[in-house]
Design a protein around this ligand. Structure first.
Ligand code: DGY
Length: 322
């Protein structure tokens, strides 16, 4: 049997690339530059498996660019950059890499929460600019996390992992909004309060952390109205997808002081960062680092590889999304 032809659209960790190359007829994107829509569309006719990442837009035009690809094995858990309906219509399977990046992403949510609450970005900028005049009781005063309410919007794997860190590590109270209450043992462990109504959660939370998937259903979920419902002096943390937040409304709320701060790892049109935020001191801006530790990035690659291997063996793929 000839080996499957596999294309990875960006560089993956070396250990995963080596294993992919051993098992498949692998084409790497050696330069690690984003591929154009035309190149991606052409790849649909040249390979058996396409392995994109969040930085590729696998829209209907790309998907309809050729008929050879039968599996899109995404490197990452989120798949709002892939037109799932178009893939389904062509009988193309789509897989993702759930579970393996839960802890890393929750770690970044806490990083953002602490950085925003303790004004760490402002402090670092001040120090590097040579503008620090020394310790004083009123310098860069932030907010404590202990006893504050963390409101998770979405309470799946990453939301729960974030809440665990916040509750057990920092003494925060946990509240969440979702479609349904979480498993009773998780609710008891975290003493978590369920809000079936988003606005009710937003009114109660001192820190709102977003953990819903991106895409049509959640586009602009945190719009001007939702932001107005947030407590005065509260914080917004986003490690999910940029499209969930209206960034103009967020910038207005940060400028007016309605929100004390925000911590963002994701943006609607990456790598562009909404201009309105760049000049604000009270927002922490990270470049989509949620899953960026060595262990996690290897695990994500191995998870994608397991999906490809199952497909190659004619078995059910472990992580189907379509
Ligand atoms: C994902 O997996 O969806 C992340 O956003 C990329 O780390």
């Amino acid at each position: 049997m000839p080996k499957l032809k596999v294309l990875t659209t960006r560089r993956w960790p070396a250990a995963v690339e080596e294993e992919l190359a051993r098992r498949f007829d692998l084409t790497l994107n050696k330069g690690d530059e984003p591929m154009s829509q035309d190149v991606l569309a052409a790849a649909m006719g040249e390979y058996d498996v396409l392995c994109p990442t969040v930085s590729d837009r696998i829209d209907a035009e790309v998907i309809n660019g050729g008929t050879r690809v039968k599996l899109i094995a995404n490197y990452g858990v989120g798949f709002d950059h892939i037109d799932i309906a178009a893939a389904k219509a062509k009988g193309i399977a789509v897989t993702n890499t759930p579970g393996v990046l839960t802890d890393a992403t929750a770690d970044i949510a806490l990083t953002l929460m602490l950085m925003a609450a303790r004004r760490a970005g402002e402090g670092e900028r001040e120090l590097r600019a040579g503008a620090w005049s020394g310790w004083r009781p009123t310098h860069l005063i932030g907010s404590a996390l202990k006893d504050k309410v963390l409101g998770c919007v979405g309470f799946g794997r990453i939301g729960i992992a974030t809440a665990r860190r916040a509750h057990h590590g920092f003494g925060m109270k946990v509240a969440y909004y979702g479609r349904r209450p979480c498993e009773p043992d998780v609710g008891r462990e975290l003493d978590a309060k369920f809000y079936p109504n988003l606005k009710d959660l937003l009114r109660e939370a001192d820190f709102v952390s977003l953990h819903v998937p991106g895409g049509g259903e959640t586009a602009n979920l945190i719009d001007a109205d939702a932001i107005a419902s947030m407590k005065k002096g509260s914080y917004l943390i986003n490690t999910a997808r940029g499209g969930i937040v209206d960034h103009d409304a967020l910038a207005d709320a940060l400028k007016s002081g309605h929100l004390a701060g925000a911590g963002l790892d994701v943006y609607p049109a990456e790598p562009a960062v909404p201009q309105a935020l760049l000049g604000l001191e009270n927002v922490v801006l990270l470049p989509h680092l949620g899953s960026a530790n060595a262990e996690t990035r290897i695990a994500m690659g191995m998870c994608a590889l397991a999906n490809i291997a199952a497909y190659a063996n004619g078995e059910d793929v472990p992580n189907p999304v379509a």
